[in-house]
Design a protein around this ligand. Structure first.
Ligand code: RNT
Ligand code: ZN
Length: 423
């Protein structure tokens, strides 16, 4: 599509007036959007395989399905792909790493002995790009996770190994925060759980609490590292019981002043994750989001611009929680171009945030407080057809990012020139 810049500016001008009539300042909305980083999850680029071993993703109740060509096979390829994706997304964003993406070029170490030196190339790359990094210990795809339990294992040796791995991960996160000047969110997710009805729900949770206490024993400066824990309702093979449930981590986070990570695919399908944001932030300082899309039994489809996503963005903006909600993406689809998957998900997240930033919230609240629920509903529906997309196009233009579906040509070209040559 040929871009007529003048036309985009003209359409923006008329959208600006339209929004102004609702008391909304589009310039202010765009200035806020610009400050909002989304953390791109590196694991979408290679189907959560990592560089540690041949087998790729095993166990943990998660799975990447599909065999689209072009998976990144090493850190250099993964960084090229991330670079390509980041260029298609307006604004400055972040990258979220997993421990299995370490650079093993020196002496090979097991996960409990990983250190910042194994992520030096990533940190140097991030510094060069002036982006922040987030981090995750990888408590799956490992012989010590094969029995299905890690931090809540009944086996002391297994627990010790994963405790050490999580401690090492926090240190890596801290090193990122120090080097890059922006705190790293280090997020712990474990797959522990039972396929069938447990007789003892209590012991694994007691063990998990003790493991976490050991992991968090050393206080790290929140300027560098922020600790989060991600709960889940069920996984493949852990349908009946998950040790690290949402309630477990929420209670733990409140008592130990930590962050919870809400993965939008980890709840009952009729549960509104958006509603949890103000519930938690009324008491805790921050939350981390893994923005994903649950479909049937899978919690990790590419994020689309649906009502759930918009509701989450609205809650963040309405509550004035910008800066307290850290947004990361979490999906893995191996059936489509993997770079495109990042771009689709991230652009959708930003579109949802923009839509929310353009909401005439003050007007809606005024109606609500006056008990005029008719006007509240009428306005909520009318704003859906305001020209937010003209504002989005203008934002992409100003940020030097592709407009409309133009990014797709870029990615198709990259597929032909680079991805399809990876065999
Ligand atoms: C799994 C969790 C977890 C993983 C990544 C790879 O259900 O969502 O966040 O997706 O850590
Ligand atoms: Zn997640």
């Amino acid at each position: 599509m040929k871009i007529n810049e003048k036309k985009i500016e003209k359409l923006y001008e008329s959208a600006r007036e339209r929004y102004a009539s609702f008391g909304v300042d589009t310039e202010k909305a765009l200035a806020t959007l610009k400050k909002f980083p989304v953390s791109l999850h590196c694991w979408q680029g290679d189907d959560v395989a990592g560089f540690e071993r041949e087998e790729g993703l095993t166990g943990g109740g998660i799975q990447a399905t599909g065999n689209y060509p072009g998976r990144a096979r090493n850190a250099r390829e993964l960084r090229w792909d991330l670079d390509k994706a980041l260029k298609q997304i307006p604004g400055k964003h972040r990258v979220n790493l997993h421990a299995i993406y370490a650079d093993y070029s020196g002496k090979k170490v097991d996960r409990n002995n990983l250190g910042p030196e194994h992520f030096k190339n990533w940190a140097d790359w991030a510094a060069l790009k002036k982006i922040g990094l987030d981090f995750n210990p990888s408590c799956f795809s490992h012989p010590k996770a094969d029995a299905g339990f890690t931090l809540s294992s009944i086996d002391k040796g297994i627990r010790k190994f994963w405790i050490e791995h999580c401690i090492a991960s926090r240190k890596i996160g801290e090193s990122f925060g120090k080097k890059l000047g922006t705190p790293c969110v280090t997020n712990i997710w474990i797959p522990d759980g039972y396929k069938d009805i447990p007789a003892d729900r209590k012991t694994p949770r007691d063990l998990l609490r003790d493991s976490l206490d050991k992991i968090f024993k050393e206080n790290l400066n929140p300027k560098y590292n922020l600790d989060a824990m991600e709960g889940k309702l069920f996984g493949l093979g852990s349908e009946s019981y998950v040790t690290g449930s949402h309630e477990f981590y929420l209670a733990y986070a409140v008592s130990r002043k930590k962050m919870v990570c809400l993965d939008t695919g980890h709840y009952h399908p009729t549960e509104q994750v958006a509603d949890k944001i103000s519930s938690i932030l009324s008491v805790l300082d921050r939350i981390f989001l893994h923005v994903s899309r649950g479909v049937r039994w899978d919690s990790d489809h590419v994020v689309i611009l649906n009502e759930d996503l918009i509701a989450i963005a609205q809650e963040i903006v309405r509550g004035g929680y910008i800066g307290r909600v850290h947004i990361g993406l979490d999906f893995f689809d191996a059936s489509i171009n993997r770079v495109a998957a990042w771009v689709i998900g991230a652009r959708n997240m930003l579109k949802a945030l923009l839509f929310a930033l353009l909401e005439p919230t003050a007007m809606l609240c005024e109606k609500e407080r006056a008990g005029d629920f008719t006007s509240r509903l009428a306005l909520l529906e009318e704003i859906k057809s305001l020209p937010w997309n003209a504002v989005w196009d203008y934002y992409c233009l100003k940020m030097n990012a592709p407009i409309g579906a133009n990014w797709l040509d870029e990615i198709k070209n990259y597929e032909k020139e680079v991805l399809l040559k990876r065999i």
